[in-house]
Ligand binder design. Structure first.
Ligand code: KIV
Ligand code: ZN
Length: 524
């Protein structure tokens, strides 16, 4: 069987489309919000990873969401760019407008179909929901040829009604039918059964791609996704690092590596360049400030670390004794020594391109190079991970109102900490001196003195980029202002400078957020 799809043409029976929703379902979970530049950067990296469909956001949700979907549609080449919409005409029109300039585009319309959702959330009778499924898809087809229709809470929908809704959506012109396990309630057997049923019972099922979208509330997101594919789903909706509402979505890297590592069980092909997985995962962690747990499958710090003597011995004799996939297959390089303080700009540029960075632009490249030289002066060994942390830090700082200039500290167990700080605020250098309960507090107070604001500090965390006491620290600061949360990150060999950079990053994000309108509610 092969399907002729408006965006993908003839699709082989065992080809699985990877639909990434990191920038929509992932981004909507608390603390994971990204600004426009960060979303565009993430979208470019996802395109390099080889995702087939990139759900860039929910354009009606806010001006910021609309703008980021529009910018991604304009600039990111490769994947089909999807915008999410509820069934209202305004929603659909806004999504259509946001994705208009994409080379290949899709509108994704969703509507609840379970008894619980119809009664309490939509307050609609099933027949009216059925009608709306049809009219909303018909309306969306006025703008694009590729329309995905999702039955929200599909896994808890009564089977006959689900079949009728899916039939109506196909008849109205949907090209992809997504059945989400919105609340993460399903077990693998449910998911396999639902897709088998739809393919057997729904007239027109052979003309569309079925899609799975599993949440991870019971830790079954990936297992449910693979079971859905076994049942006939050929599009997988997933996110990098498994981020998403509540316990998250099925993790892209886990699903893809399960397919790749066990072709005997999962004989499906996809377009993911697995060697880019690690880089994409790290970029997301840097942008959002949330590191993945150390034992997270595929991308956790310990995923390829062999601690016990017996395991180390086995791996040295033959890596396959304890490794079911190679670290290189997910892009994990042994930390290699990079250049020293005598390396020039050309070598630095080469290194960046080997690490997968495109053109940074002259300003960012110059600033990153200056910081690399400074780092090489202070740190015995500069690793690839150091360069990645430094460049990510620099790129995030482009176009910011408040920039770090310098910091002097006086602290110790016998004296009250004092910070003398210089910042560049919109091109003008300003300085302040402040004391505090320890050097971090003193530094944050100095920021307050230069740039007074009402934001409350909600989280401060510190991690190390590499091993050793001269490692760069990576700090995360979360600020809250009028209910809006933002996370900022900063990296430096000096932990307090990293903390100051993280604070400023968060503050700059707040300034951007202040200009945005309130988001509308999105369920799931
Ligand atoms: O989980 C869900 O149901 C969703 C839909 C909007 C597809 O995210
Ligand atoms: Zn979801």
């Amino acid at each position: 069987m092969s399907i002729n799809h408006p965006n993908f043409g003839a699709i082989e029976a065992n080809r699985v489309i990877i639909f990434d929703t990191t920038l929509r379902d992932g981004e909507q979970s608390p603390g994971f919000s990204m600004n426009l530049d960060e979303k565009v950067r993430m979208a470019e990296t996802l395109a390099e990873l080889g995702v087939d469909v990139l759900e860039a956001g929910f354009p009606i949700a806010s001006i910021g969401d609309f703008e980021s979907v529009r910018r991604i549609a304009e600039t990111v080449k490769g994947p089909v760019i999807a915008g999410l919409a509820r069934t209202a005409r305004d929603d659909i029109q806004r999504a259509a407008e946001a994705i208009r300039s994409a080379e290949r585009k899709r509108i994704h319309v969703f509507l609840s179909t379970s008894p619980l959702h119809m009664k309490y959330k939509l307050k609609m009778e099933p027949e009216a929901v059925l009608e709306l499924a049809s009219t909303s898809v018909t309306f969306a087809r006025n703008f694009v040829d590729d329309v995905e229709w999702s039955a929200e809470d599909g896994s808890r929908t009564e089977p006959d009604f689900l079949c009728r809704c899916v039939e109506a959506a196909i008849a109205a012109g949907a090209t992809t039918i997504n059945i989400p396990d919105t609340v993460g309630y399903a077990v693998p057997e449910d998911m396999e059964r639902i897709f088998r049923m739809l393919r057997e019972r729904v007239p027109g099922a052979e003309k569309v791609i079925f899609s799975t979208h599993c949440h991870n509330d019971l830790g079954l997101g990936v297992a449910n996704t693979l079971a859905a594919v076994r049942g006939g789903a050929r599009q997988i909706e997933c996110t990098i690092n498994g981020i998403g509402e509540r316990a998250g979505n099925a993790s892209l890297e886990e699903v893809v590596m399960a397919i790749r590592t066990r072709p005997d069980q999962h004989p499906y092909s996809n377009n993911i360049v697995t060697q880019n997985i690690m880089r994409t995962s790290k970029l997301l962690a840097t942008i959002t400030g949330f590191d993945v747990q150390p034992n997270k499958a595929i991308v956790g710090r310990n995923a390829f670390a062999h601690e016990s003597g017996i395991h180390q011995d086995g791996v040295l004799k033959n890596a396959a004794t304890y490794e079911i996939m190679t670290p290189e297959s997910v892009g994990l390089q042994k930390n290699s020594l990079v250049m020293g303080k005598h390396s020039g700009r050309a070598a630095f540029r080469d290194k960046l391109s080997a690490l997968g960075y495109g053109d940074l632009g002259d300003n960012s490249l110059n600033d990153a190079f200056r910081r690399f030289k400074d780092l090489a002066d202070r740190k015995k060994i500069v690793y690839d991970d150091d360069i990645v942390a430094l460049v990510d830090d620099e790129v995030m700082r482009d176009h910011q109102h408040i920039k770090f200039v310098s910091l002097e500290l006086y602290a110790g167990s016998k004296t009250k900490a004092r910070a003398i700080l210089e910042l560049d605020v919109d091109g003008i250098t300003q300085s302040a001196e402040a004391s505090g309960d320890g050097p971090v507090d003193a530094t944050f107070n100095a920021i307050h003195a230069i740039f007074p604001h009402q934001a409350e500090l909600r989280l401060f965390s510190v991690g190390a980029v590499t091993d050793g006491t001269d490692a760069q620290a990576r700090c995360t600061v979360r600020l809250e202002e009028s209910g809006k949360l933002v996370d900022g990150q900063g990296a430096d060999t000096d932990t307090i400078v990293a903390a100051a950079r993280a604070y400023l990053h968060a503050l700059n994000k707040l300034l951007v957020k202040r200009a945005r309108t309130e988001p509308v509610a999105l369920s799931a």
